[in-house]
Write a protein that binds this ligand. Structure first.
Ligand code: PLP
Length: 382
């Protein structure tokens, strides 16, 4: 088996599983005052320290969530509502939302909904270059020329292409113009150093922790009114009984991820051999800094869905750039924003490597791709 889909989810690390199992065995509710409750609370606070260390922040800035989708939702709605609530204290409403065209759907869907819900708030898309890099000139012009407080949403690295985004530049522009910055750092964690932002989001399962757990990192003093009210957990910032096993597993994964950066050796070998098998292969974003673990490519004339099924028969697991829902194939919005034509985008496949990937995985994937290309090409020639 060759599992090359770490950007979708990374296999659970053993230390994470053990930490989660210990928390399951304990079973207390962290809000309870008795011994089991206090033990659960201690696990959460240990994990908070581990996640804070990964992000280079203080533990008090970490808010545990059910994943990055929720963290992105909380950050965006919480920022806009928090700024609206700050008027009587001399704050200012957010009236402009700058969002890169290649954000994860959990950002794009929420920013669209926020623009519908808050009258007078304008949504502006930050375009990307053909290499998949958010255009900082467009952001600079937008931020400098417009009026009113702005919130910028720019991911640290894209989940499809792996292309690293100019977050430091966006942060400098935000500081210059008084804008707030929200960074989805889900794919960057454990691969490149994490940036500092007003709002930053993480997901446990992309770094070898359990699915269904994530974090929102809130810089002290930023506007935030949580849309998730209830029992006051997470200092009232995210209500709901904490997922103690998930959080403990997240902490254990974060402790390892904090010591790692991605090594490009497997990805580079994969791409070099891919070019030998299929010289017409298109590798997206190869000309710009990318995450070392991600290869996003198209084998012209071989539809991604066909390729995925053929590879799956050989127990080789990759992702496609398209999503199939209700029988219709939806092309990647990331490739569309990069100006890649639909015929090429329909062939887009992503191989993403991670902590347990090996040379044998690369060989297995390439063997399967070689057979697939030979079959398709011989059929086409007949
Ligand atoms: N943001 C990015 C960039 C992602 O890749 C993902 C997961 O695919 C998410 C957010 C959502 O994370 P979660 O699965 O924890 O909700």
């Amino acid at each position: 088996m060759a599992y090359l889909d770490h950007n979708a989810t990374a296999p659970l690390r053993d230390t994470s599983r053990l930490a989660a199992e210990r928390a399951f065995a304990l079973g207390g509710n962290a809000s309870s005052v008795h011994a089991a409750g206090r033990a659960a609370r201690a696990l959460i606070e240990d994990a908070r320290g581990q996640v804070a260390a990964l992000a280079g922040v203080t533990p008090a800035e970490v808010v545990f969530t059910s994943g990055a989708t929720e963290a992105n939702m909380l950050a965006l709605w919480g920022a806009v509502q928090g700024a609206a609530d700050s008027l009587e204290k001399g704050g200012a409403r957010i009236t402009r939302l700058f969002v890169s065209a290649i954000e994860h759907p959990s950002v794009l869907a929420n920013t669209a909904a926020i623009a519908d819900r808050f009258a007078g708030l304008r949504l502006e898309t930050i375009p990307v270059t053909s290499s998949g890099v958010a255009d900082m000139e467009a952001l600079k012009t937008g931020l400098r020329e417009g009026k009113g407080r702005a919130l910028v949403a720019l991911m640290a690295a894209n989940n499809e292409t792996g292309v690293i985004q100019p977050v430091a530049e966006a942060a400098a522009l935000a500081a210059e113009t008084g804008a707030l910055l929200m960074v989805d750092a889900v794919q960057a964690a454990g691969r490149i150093p994490l940036p500092r932002a007003d709002y930053l989001t993480l997901s446990a399962h992309k770094i070898g922790g359990p699915q269904g757990c994530g974090a929102l990192i809130l810089k002290p003093g930023v506007p935030f009114a949580s849309p998730m009210a209830g029992g006051g957990q997470e200092r009232g910032l995210r209500a709901g009984t904490e997922n103690v096993p998930g959080i403990a597993g997240f902490g254990a994964a974060a402790a390892i991820a904090a010591t790692e950066t991605a090594d490009p050796a497997l990805r580079d070998r994969f791409e070099a051999l891919l070019r030998e098998i299929a010289p017409d292969v298109a590798v997206f974003g190869a000309e710009t800094p990318r995450l070392a673990n991600t290869s996003y490519f198209a084998l012209p004339g071989i539809a991604a869905e066909t390729a995925l099924m053929a590879l799956d028969i050989d127990a080789v697991m990759l992702s496609s750039g398209s999503a199939c829902s209700s029988g219709k194939v939806k092309r990647s919005h990331v490739l569309a924003a990069m100006g890649v034509n639909d015929d090429v985008a329909a062939c887009a496949l992503r191989a993403s490597f991670g902590w347990n990937s090996t040379q044998a995985d690369v060989e297995a994937a390439l063997k399967s791709i070689t057979n697939l290309v030979a079959r398709v090409r011989s059929r086409a020639a007949a």
